[in-house]
Design a protein around this ligand. Sequence first.
Ligand SMILES: O=c1ccn([C@@H]2O[C@H](COP(=O)(O)O)[C@@H](O)[C@H]2O)c(=O)[nH]1
Length: 273
Amino acid sequence: MNFIQKLEAQWATSNSLLCVGLDPDLTRIPSHLQEHAEPIYQFCRAIVDATHDVVCAYKPQIAYFAGAAAEDQLQKLMEYIRLEYPHIPIILDSKRGDIGSTATMYAKEAFDRYQAHAVTINPYMGRDSAQPFLDRADRGVVLLCRTSNPGAADLQDLEVDGQPLYERLASMIAQDWNANGNCSLVVGATWPEQMRKLRKIAGDMPFLVPGVGAQGGDVEALVNAGQTANGTGLIVNSARGIIYAGSGFDFMQHARDAAIETRNLINQYRHQS
Ligand SMILES: O=c1ccn([C@@H]2O[C@H](COP(=O)(O)O)[C@@H](O)[C@H]2O)c(=O)[nH]1
């Protein structure tokens, strides 16, 4: 089963478009875990155990692990999710992008070392920088398109022949780069109007949508703008809003409650298939 098939199956069985972002900041995880030999792994594993029946995917952000010299804990976490919850797609958020020879190593890192089902990449270096990822037909390639941050417009909106660059990129990906049917786009929840235009350009291609919760994206607006005709098409990511909902011994329950609340809010605006 390739990434998109796995995602579609999980959308259906979980009845959820929610992706929990695993962004473990050592300064924010509960103090009773701080003394543990592997605090990042223990924290993320607990979040996964508390939310596994509420999500369509998980998205570990590699910077939180690498910044703490904890790549071994990321590897262990990925193994844990694959073994305990093999039906849940894991999207490694590493936003890689480089010349082809180096990109080949980044693809090995994501798909062979960490065995991610999908990886985020930065496509703005061009087709050759994405090709080593695109060639892995069984894995998903999630390409930055219109990002959630305030500065997204600085470069992504620059006009090329009267059209914003991010729209040109989306057309290029949909019409050419997606030969293996393994592409998805990153579209920020903070830009529903841009998302509506991208949905027209990209057909039913899945969108990874960061920006709800801590970044303040409007769930109703994003679901209305981005869902496909059957009420799917979105992987709505929330990290801080869920994983730091609590900070005491009961942090798992708080994370679960926040995940259920977010899943239900998203579902309120979905078309029924
Ligand atoms: O455009 C983008 C692309 C990626 N991200 C990542 O998503 C999460 C968001 O975390 P929150 O705590 O829910 O704000 C984080 O890992 C970012 O690196 C993004 O925010 N925007």
